[in-house]
Design a protein around this ligand. Structure first.
Ligand code: FMN
Length: 186
């Protein structure tokens, strides 16, 4: 099939997370689509955050942040954290929060999965910081676990597509990773 040139700002579907920080002693949560695991051992995860946001102030000051995975039932409040800035609105009372080992990485009790991260590297890009954090500890709500592992059917992760700016949830698993491709051999 012929390939047609399109706007280069097209972005693949991505999970939606909330990045948690502490600014002036208060928790702040920001919606993030640009988040990816980037190293195996130690476990490193990176987020691309615009320098204009409040969140970099907290991450740079504390060298810590959280990555909280909202379930699809948290769609509205998750979007809210992406349309208002902590520079103008106090987002500290939106969620019941908890902390783990790191004092300045607030996590969200309602989120099915939460990661607390220690900042290990900051890459300064033209408009964004790429914050790379080591996942110090991971937590999950007891009700989403089976044999100690979060079940996607229960965590109901939110997926974002751009540039149509829509949220989705996963429905059907279509195969087994690191397995189905083996059937291609020979
Ligand atoms: C679905 C969604 C995804 C977003 N992803 C990002 C992102 O990956 N990086 C970014 O810098 N801003 C992103 N934003 C914008 C910020 O979340 C938004 O500007 C927020 O108000 C910043 O909060 P803060 O100023 O309290 O840090 C996203 C917004 C939405 C709604």
């Amino acid at each position: 099939m012929k390939q047609v040139a399109i706007n280069r700002n097209v972005i693949p579907p991505m999970p939606v997370v909330l990045a948690g920080t502490i600014v002036d002693g208060k928790a702040n949560f920001m919606t993030v689509g640009w988040c990816s695991r980037v190293n195996a051992a130690p476990p490193l995860i990176a987020i691309g955050i615009n320098k204009k946001h409040q969140t970099p102030t907290g991450i740079l000051a504390n060298e810590a942040f959280s990555i909280c995975f909202p379930g699809s039932e948290m769609e509205q409040i998750t979007d809210y954290c992406g349309v208002v800035s902590g520079k103008k609105v106090d987002k500290s009372t939106l969620f019941d929060t908890f902390t783990g080992e790191l004092e300045n990485a607030p996590m969200i009790e309602d989120c099915p999965v939460n990661l607390e991260c220690k900042l290990v590297q900051t890459v300064e890009l033209p408009t964004n910081y790429l914050f790379i954090g080591e996942i110090v500890n991971a937590y999950a709500r007891a009700d989403v676990l089976e044999n100690g592992r979060p079940q996607v059917e229960k965590t109901k992760p939110m997926i974002l597509t751009m540039p149509d700016n829509r949220y989705w949830q996963l429905e059907t698993s279509i195969g087994r990773a690191w397995k189905d491709g083996l059937g291609m051999k020979d």
